[in-house]
Design a protein around this ligand. Structure first.
Ligand SMILES: Cc1cc2nc3c(=O)[nH]c(=O)nc-3n(C[C@H](O)[C@H](O)[C@H](O)COP(=O)(O)O)c2cc1C
Length: 408
């Protein structure tokens, strides 16, 4: 019998070897100047690498300017190469590896006005875009799909040039590639709609093209939903089909998440948002109190459970022979060890590492056995704050270093 790995054992993902199996999940840092990484972003990821993570993931890099959801979001283009290099150098100097999460919002464009209708798997009314007047979405044509797949490839090549160790293609949470996977947003009647295999076809094609372009040098990871968590959404059986296709397309690892920003944010976080903190941080922003109220319509009251995606993720573990990163409510060293016992290859965390970037070293040295994160979700609205994301239990971030480009 293969001995169970320790979360402190190294992990090989395609061409990449990680010093341990703790990965910081992509979690929007809000640390962007002019669509480029800020010095605050460099500090944020340097601290995580110094704090012991095997790999940190820079969140939410759009593959094109129209692929952005928010104005304070990086979009990947050659002009920002010097800023990206400062970021990768800082993480490597601390012995960590660094991934870039690549995304395209599709119709999920909440804070920008796009000219014409936004793109998605299918046409229709665009709920997520109502706030900024992006009322409608159009179905992507084969030419759109070719172009967007090419944008993912170009972004991945830029990441290679900048010294990243991995790219993570975002296929969850309701963004463009997920808009194909989920029956909530895919009503196509061609080879890219209908059954689960057809719905996962475009995301798998994107992954295959990225793998072909950079896979010899970079690990190619995808973040997928174990389920959408709502009636009519993708199920864990769909996720198994998606995972199989992504394995065939060459994925080096899948990070398992869940939920959709519009329909089921509570499922993603395993707990409810703190609406008072939202209102406080967003006061004066276009996301008004009324919209916040509307966004909470029909949201169930959720009680946080550690390892809240374990039941779903186990099903995928049992069905597909691909490296898997367990994500969702891992809060302690015991949770990380349990993930290894369950056959997962890595443990991926967001909120505990926002609360304490040094948590992995503390686990290793015995200074901590669990995170002090209380799952209050008050960090979430700070993605919109001028100082960037921080845990409200910690001292605030320095807003000044979030005004200067990484290479500035
Ligand atoms: C402040 C914040 C921002 C987030 N932004 C992103 C993001 O940009 N991309 C993403 O895939 N997930 C994002 N997430 C979700 C996390 O990656 C993760 O899926 C979720 O927090 C559950 O993991 P946890 O229990 O370890 O926190 C965000 C989470 C938080 C708390």
């Amino acid at each position: 019998m293969t001995p169970v790995a320790s979360p402190f054992d190294p992990l090989t993902l395609g061409p990449l070897r990680l010093r341990n199996r703790f990965i910081r999940a992509g979690a929007n840092e809000g640390m962007v100047v002019d669509g480029a990484p800020s010095r605050a972003l460099v500090k944020h990821h340097r601290d995580l690498a110094a704090g012991g993570v095997g790999m940190t993931t820079v969140a939410y890099g759009a593959v094109s300017q129209v692929g952005r959801t928010l104005p304070n979001q990086v979009w990947l283009r050659p002009e920002i190469l010097p800023d990206l290099r400062v970021l990768t150098d800082a993480v490597h100097a601390e012995g960590g590896a660094i991934a870039y999460q690549l995304t395209h919002g599709g119709s999920f464009v909440t804070s920008l006005k796009v000219r014409g209708p936004t793109m998605s798997a299918s046409s229709g009314l665009n709920k997520a875009g109502l706030m900024r007047g992006n009322f409608f979405q159009r179905a992507m044509t084969p030419e759109d799909m070719q172009r967007v797949a090419g944008e993912f490839v170009e972004a991945a090549k830029l990441c290679r040039q900048a010294g990243f160790d991995a790219v993570e293609l975002h296929m969850g949470h309701g963004y463009l590639l997920n808009q194909f996977i989920s029956p909530l947003s895919n009503r196509r009647r061609d080879a890219y709609g209908g059954n689960a295999e057809n719905r996962a076809r475009f995301p798998a094609e994107v992954l295959a093209r990225v793998k072909d372009a950079v896979g010899r040098d970079l690990a190619v990871v995808a973040k997928i939903n174990v389920a959408d968590g709502v009636k009519g959404g993708a199920t864990v059986d769909d996720a198994i089909v998606t995972a199989r296709l992504l394995l065939q397309a060459g994925a080096d690892m899948l990070v398992l998440s869940g939920g959709r920003n519009v329909e089921s944010g509570w499922f993603m976080f395993g707990s409810n948002h703190d609406m008072d903190e939202m209102r406080k941080v967003l006061a004066g922003s276009p996301i008004t109190g009324l919209m916040l109220k509307w966004s909470q319509h029909g949201v169930p009251k959720i009680t946080f459970r550690e390892m809240y995606f374990l039941e779903h993720s186990r099903r995928i573990r049992a069905a597909v022979d691909v490296p898997l990163g367990y994500l969702g409510g891992a809060r302690s060293l015991a949770n990380a060890e349990a993930a290894m016992c369950e056959g997962f290859d890595a443990v991926v965390m967001a909120r505990p590492l926002i609360h304490d970037p040094a948590l992995v070293n503390k686990f290793r040295d015995g200074r901590a056995v669990e995170s002090g994160c209380t799952n209050c979700n008050r960090c979430v609205p700070y993605i919109y704050h001028p100082a960037g994301t921080w845990c409200v239990m910690n001292p605030p971030n320095d807003p000044e270093i979030n005004k200067i480009r990484a290479a500035g």
